[in-house]
Design a protein around this ligand. Structure first.
Ligand SMILES: Cc1cc2nc3c(=O)[nH]c(=O)nc-3n(C[C@H](O)[C@H](O)[C@H](O)COP(=O)(O)O)c2cc1C
Length: 173
């Protein structure tokens, strides 16, 4: 199966996952900016990876706009965020970015990335700081919220190649 992986990444975690998938499966790998000039007719499978931003998947608009053209191809989307892989309902939350009809065409995955404040733009850094501060100030926090506020105060990396397994297996013929 000839596959293409397209990704949108700001601080590098989604790019890393895209490259792991491409290395493992022999797929071609493109950044979203390049992908707009690529002819995807020659691919049997298209994988899109976008970073998670307030529950949405960055770059997904491009992928969704092309889905009708890609009927018959194997379609996969993964999103990379700062949340741990075992966060309950993370895939359910991400699936809200699709219509019911689209969900029937696409396999959806979540891969944990992390936070990299050093590589984040100033605007995003300020948004994250505001989010973490609001969480810290929240009254009656759950244990998970307390832990999240602590962890998210600085950069961390929870990415792992093992999380691509389900995606890579789906691309085998
Ligand atoms: C403004 C903003 C919103 C974010 N929203 C989410 C989110 O809803 N869920 C999540 O798990 N991570 C969220 N994150 C964290 C990023 O998705 C995470 O750092 C991801 O690894 C970035 O991927 P990249 O390195 O490919 O850009 C957010 C980060 C920023 C800056």
């Amino acid at each position: 199966m000839k596959a293409a992986v397209v990704y949108s990444s700001k601080t590098g975690f989604t790019r890393q996952y895209a490259r792991w998938i491409a290395d493992e499966t022999g797929a071609d790998c493109y950044e979203l900016k390049q992908a707009k000039r690529i002819d995807f007719d020659r691919y049997d499978a298209i994988v899109f990876g976008g970073w998670a931003c307030a529950g949405s998947i960055r770059g997904l608009k491009w992928f969704r706009a092309n889905m009708d053209r890609w009927k018959g191809k194997k379609l996969t989307v993964f999103s990379v965020g700062a949340s741990p892989a075992d966060l309950p309902d993370i895939v359910t939350t991400l699936s809200k970015n699709f219509s019911q009809r689209e969900l029937e065409q696409v396999k959806l995955f979540y891969c944990p990335g992390g936070l990299n404040y050093e590589k984040m733009s100033l605007g995003y850094r300020l948004m994250m700081r505001a989010f973490v501060n609001a969480l810290k100030k929240k009254k009656n926090k759950t244990r998970a919220e307390e832990r999240a506020a602590e962890v998210m105060s600085s950069s961390y990396d929870i990415s792992d190649k093992a999380y691509i397994q389900g995606i890579a297996e789906g691309l085998k013929d």
